[in-house]
Design a protein around this ligand. Structure first.
Ligand code: GUN
Length: 174
């Protein structure tokens, strides 16, 4: 997908394509549509990052709270977004042993109790062991430091989701 295609989209089309770049936050895509025209697809990615950075602490916490737990109830119930399901699958979280699933659940609960928002990590750049190790270590962070960590992970998730959108579009025009 080239930038001209992106710039020619209606708001509805744009939200349909980019609405889940930030998990369950289509409002961010709707707001970014107003910033067209973009000079490049990189500028659109920067737009997502700048929008997220410009939010208050409460806004950033809100973004984290829109993320489902890793290997959590929604994975079992089959109610994850397509993107999240794919990411959790790539990280091996759809085939955890019951001991690992239990451990991850305990750590997710402990983390949420500590910070008031769920643990977010770019699952595709990780795997089960690293996720457990990061949960164990990040739960010891200060509140603001951890908010920053979670938000940087959201940006990595966004970058990979945008790449997927462009790659899929490139394949479908071949
Ligand atoms: N990392 C990549 N996708 C997700 C997600 O949906 N939830 C959480 N918590 N982390 C993620």
């Amino acid at each position: 997908m080239d930038v001209q295609t992106v710039n020619s989209m209606t708001c509805e089309e744009f939200v349909c394509v980019f609405g889940n770049v930030v998990e369950r936050c289509p409002l961010i895509a709707a707001a970014l549509w107003s910033r067209r025209p973009f000079s490049s697809t990189l500028e659109l990615e920067n737009g997502f990052n700048e929008f997220i950075d410009s939010l208050s602490i409460e806004g950033k916490e809100g973004i984290l709270r829109c993320h489902p737990d890793l290997a959590g109830r929604e994975l079992l119930a089959g109610t994850l977004t397509v993107e999240s399901r794919g990411e959790q699958g790539q990280a091996g979280l759809t085939s955890l042993s019951s001991a690992d699933a239990l451990r991850m659940n305990q750590l997710n609960s402990q983390y949420k109790k500590q910070f008031g928002f769920p643990f977010v990590i770019c699952a595709r750049m990780s795997d089960k062991d690293r996720i457990i190790q990061q949960l164990e270590s990040r739960v010891r962070n200060q509140q603001l430091q951890e908010l920053h960590c979670g938000i940087e992970e959201v940006k990595s998730i966004c970058r990979l989701r945008l790449q997927d959108i462009y790659n899929r579009a490139a394949k479908s025009t071949k």
